[in-house]
Design a protein. Structure first.
Length: 203
C-alpha cells in the first residue's frame, strides 16, 4: 500500500491539533494534580519548619518522605478515575519528560545520604527539577500559564542557594504556591468555564 505524504500545511495542522487536545486534557485533569502536589508539598514543608522550630528534633526532617507517600497513591487513584481520552504524541513526550525528571527527583535525596549533612543543596535540586518539568511542559503545549509559573519557580529555586537555615524551607513552600497551587486553581476554573460554554453551545 502506498503511503500518503503529508504536505507541510497538513503536518502543521496535525501538530497543532495534538497540542490543542493535550492542552484541553490538561485543563480537564491536571488542575487537581497540581493542587494535590502543591498542597501536599506546601503543608509538609510548613509542618517541618514549624515542627523543628518547636521541638528542635532533627528526626522531623524525615517527614519530607510524606510528600511522595501521599502524592503517588492519590495521584494513581485520580488517574484511574480520570475520563479516558485519546493519547497523542505530545502527551507521550510530556510523559517522557516527567518520567525522567521524576526518577532524578527520587535519586537526589537518596544520593544526599552519601554527602556530609548540610552540604548537599537538596531543596535547590528538587525545586529546579520540578520547575524545569513545568516550564518544559508549558513550552511543549504552548501554555503561557505554565511557562510563566515555571520560570518564576526557577527563580525561586536559585533563591534557595542564597537563603540559609530553615528559611529555605519557607522559600520552598512559597515556590509551590506559585508553581502548583495558583496554576491548579486557574486550570480548574478554565476547565469549568470551558464545560459551561460547551453546555450552553449544545442548548
Amino acid at each position: 500500500m502506498e503511503e500518503k505524504t503529508l504536505t507541510e500545511k497538513e503536518s502543521i495542522e496535525i501538530i497543532s491539533r495534538m497540542i490543542q487536545e493535550t492542552k484541553e486534557g490538561m485543563r480537564e485533569g491536571s488542575g487537581n494534580m497540581f493542587l494535590l502536589w502543591g498542597y501536599a508539598s506546601t503543608i509538609v514543608s510548613l509542618a517541618i519548619y514549624f515542627g523543628y522550630n518547636i521541638t528542635g528534633n532533627s528526626n522531623i526532617f524525615w517527614l519530607w518522605w510524606l510528600i511522595p507517600a501521599i502524592g503517588w497513591p492519590v495521584m494513581i487513584y485520580m488517574l484511574k478515575r480520570k475520563k479516558k481520552r485519546v493519547v497523542t504524541y505530545v502527551d507521550k513526550v510530556i510523559g517522557y519528560i516527567w518520567t525522567i525528571l521524576g526518577v532524578c527527583a527520587m535519586l537526589v535525596p537518596i544520593f544526599s545520604f552519601t554527602q556530609p549533612i548540610g552540604t548537599f543543596p537538596i531543596l535547590f535540586m528538587e525545586a529546579l527539577l520540578i520547575n524545569i518539568g513545568v516550564t518544559m511542559t508549558g513550552m511543549v503545549i504552548k501554555y503561557k500559564l505554565l511557562i510563566v509559573s515555571g520560570f518564576i519557580g526557577i527563580l525561586f529555586s536559585f533563591m534557595l542557594l542564597f537563603v540559609h537555615g530553615l528559611s529555605c524551607i519557607l522559600v520552598f513552600a512559597a515556590m509551590f504556591v506559585v508553581l502548583m497551587i495558583i496554576p491548579g486553581h486557574v486550570l480548574n476554573a478554565a476547565s469549568r468555564k470551558s464545560k459551561k460554554y460547551d453546555l450552553c453551545s449544545e442548548n
